[in-house]
Design a protein around this ligand. Structure first.
Ligand SMILES: O=C(O)CCC(=O)C(=O)O
Ligand SMILES: [Fe+2]
Length: 334
């Protein structure tokens, strides 16, 4: 099948199918955004940081968190294991390839349609929570430690989500567990390991096209050295800085709905480097599809009627949305 064969090759000039429309400046020439960097180490009880988080996410749609409980050496190891996977010979990686019309596994994204350029990148997607939803046939066994380290990272990220979602609920005078409860149990996590080959013309391609995440929140581990995440704010694209060992937290469409519009989902994209390969790891959190996604009751009242109707979303429908060009919010908006 095509998903692995279509992966762009580092250092090559992009063919027509990868070239985005229009004329664009080099991605590194865009301004850097100043987004809040928040220490979440002490966030287990009500504190001033609750309001800081609320304000960061409602103003910027994202924040950078430190003291999140995942050690620096562990993050290095996680990035390194994925880089080792990417460096394997193609036949070996094919063992964990995404099937035609499949959702999990390693490969490039399908062409969205005949007009939009393909991304200069490839991804490994796997379900990581709850454990019984995991499909191990898509979990690389090479390098040998990959599965174990990803499993350990999953539990650490669950804690990060719990800490942040509880703080957000407190900041809005809701019961601490409101968001988590509304997501339904088990709420779901997917891992998306992104690989961006180098490209001599980063101005011509997207590593990952502009998009909203259809998540509650996304926890993004950036490359240790190479910038590439860019966000749109007030009509202008900005570079997001690398803060060593920090995690980037993005608001997704489901949080926009759950919070009845208090938080707006972040429009963002991934760019590539002219000389070096880049990786990132997004862990996506989503409501249980059986619970559906709708605003929390306490956030709907006469002054602020519900802005969204209840929608059902499964990440396996990601490519259907992708191809149609619609988003979850388009379906939910009243
Ligand atoms: O690679 C990046 O920095 C962006 C990744 C991303 O937005 C995603 O996986 O949803
Ligand atoms: Fe994203």
């Amino acid at each position: 099948m095509e998903a692995v064969k279509e992966i762009p090759i580092s250092g090559r000039n992009p063919e027509a199918k990868y070239i985005r429309e229009g004329h664009h400046e080099h991605p590194s020439l865009l301004p850097l955004i100043d987004i809040p960097i928040i220490d979440i180490g002490q966030l287990t009880a009500p504190s001033e940081a609750d309001q800081k988080i609320r304000s960061a996410l409602s103003t910027h749609g994202c924040m950078i968190v430190t003291n999140h409980g995942v050690e620096s050496w562990f993050l290095d190891k996680l990035r390194m294991l994925f880089k080792q996977f990417v460096a394997l010979p193609e036949e070996e990686k094919l063992k964990w390839k995404r099937e035609v019309d499949g959702f999990e596994g390693y490969g490039s994204d399908p062409a969205p349609n005949d007009f939009l350029a393909r991304d200069w990148g490839a991804r490994l997607r796997i379900t990581i929570r709850p454990e019984e939803f995991r499909q191990l046939k898509y979990w690389p066994e090479n390098p040998p430690e990959f599965r174990e380290v990803v499993d350990e990272y999953s539990s650490k990220v669950v804690t990060v989500y719990e800490v942040i979602l509880k703080a957000l609920a407190r900041s809005m005078n809701l019961k601490e567990t409101s968001f988590l409860h509304k997501m339904g149990e088990p709420w779901i996590m997917y891992a998306r390991f992104n690989f961006y080959p180098s490209c001599p013309r980063p101005d011509l391609v997207f590593g990952l096209k502009p998009h909203f995440d259809s998540t509650v929140l996304t926890v993004l581990l950036q490359d240790k050295e190479l910038e590439g995440l860019q966000i749109l704010k007030d009509g202008q694209w900005f570079r997001v800085p690398i803060v060593p060992d920090a995690l980037v937290i993005n608001v997704g469409e489901q949080l926009e709905i759950l919070s009845n519009g208090e938080f707006k989902s972040l429009y963002h994209r991934g760019m590539v480097d002219s000389e070096r390969e880049r990786v990132s790891l997004a862990v996506l959190s989503l409501s249980n599809p059986q619970s559906g996604v709708e605003p929390i009751e306490e956030l709907v009242n006469e002054e602020r009627p519900s802005l969204y109707r209840k929608v059902i979303y499964e990440e396996t429908t990601h490519f259907d949305y992708y191809k149609s060009g619609r988003t979850l919010i388009d379906d939910a908006r009243v």
